[in-house]
Design a binder for this molecule. Sequence first.
Ligand SMILES: [Zn+2]
Length: 466
Amino acid sequence: MDRRDVMGLLGKLEPGNRSTGQALHRPLLVLWAIGQAVRGMPRLQRWSDVSAAVGPLIARYGGGSNYREAALHPFWALRGNDLWEVEGAEELSLTSEGRRPRLSSLDSLNPLAGLPEPVYERLVKDPELAPWAVGTLLLRFFTPAPAGLLEDLGLTGLMAGREATALRPLMGETFPDRRAIADTYGGNRVRGITPLGDGILTVFSDEKGPYADGRIPETNWIAYTGDGLSGDQQLVGGNKSMAVYQEQQRALRYWHRPYGGEWAFETWAVIVQRWLRWGTGEDGRKRKEYVWVLAPVLSPLRETWPSAVLQALAEDDGRLHDETLHATLAAGVDSGNLQLDNRERYRRLAKAARVREESRTRRSSLTTVERFLRSTTAREAVLLRSDGRCENPTCLGHPLERTDADAPLLEVDHVKDLARGGPDIPESMIALCPNCHALKTRGRGRRELQQVLLAEALRRHKEFLR
Ligand SMILES: [Zn+2]
């Protein structure tokens, strides 16, 4: 048994779900047993001793009540995780459902129990493994760690200052391919959103892959496209795991492979927003896709996160920012009526842009992200209104040259600078040829021109809606 095997067993531990919240009986028993191992205590100990030590821990930290009853559950159930063995288990008499031994039977036989020998040996012999294992379990089940927990587990000495640094992989570790990562740290070799063997969620972003993930301009945040290559993405699988991490505000690992480079564990990150937008699937068709906005953090421990991240977490209530609603309404996608004339399409786009503008959250730290991810609704409307020609009434002549995509040379611009609060709606935006765009932004007469353009945008808007 090697490190990866031990971490793999720990990674499969899950909390029990009770009506009162998460039940952490099993993680607590494992943590206690690791504490025993690193302090040289015997691997196997009597039920009476284990229950006397672990019962109070569960009552205090694990959501249990009655001491001995609480200890009985993990003492029996943890065997199913291959992390525990009970000597003479077959001699115990079980309750009528047969799912656990009777308390009286345990008390009278008082069996020896403990970690399986290979796990215990590995923990004792490998000085890096125990802190790694403890750090991982604390992160997964006890974040933030309740005061007194490490002391009560006898793990203070082992973990002093190492709760984050004991974890593996370390930030910056690189591997040539996904197989090599899985060989070292376990986990799936293919999926984009999947835990490593230790059970901590990990996302992989490949620059060569089908998705254009990337840094959001003017921030160091990352827009990460969800799971699902073609067809509308659903909140299942990897996307479901992401939603859980977002709700619980837990840190995940972000791995990245630059074009032609190696995979690197680039950073820990927390999910600060979830979007649904229109995108293009691997099959080339339009589909709805999730975009998870990830904020890099230096460690998974919340107390190390920068205030901008904490503020974003506080401001975003975990809701879905659904851009597809507006875009659907606007473009007539899914409406079954693709024969809309330009006037009607403009009307719908303008309305949708207005709706989304009104629903736009105005909170500062997320504004840049919203600007990046917002729908192209208003822009689309303006292009439609322009009919491919510069909208400046004093234009000296629109160039005939077209782009590679056979589109007219047009810049859609906010007449008032968006950064200074100009709204994202067509009546305050205008399509300009490159020359007029330059005059509007850099020309000496730009202030007068902006007044002209603002009036023109409004006039054309009304004209189109008439
Ligand atoms: Zn022009």
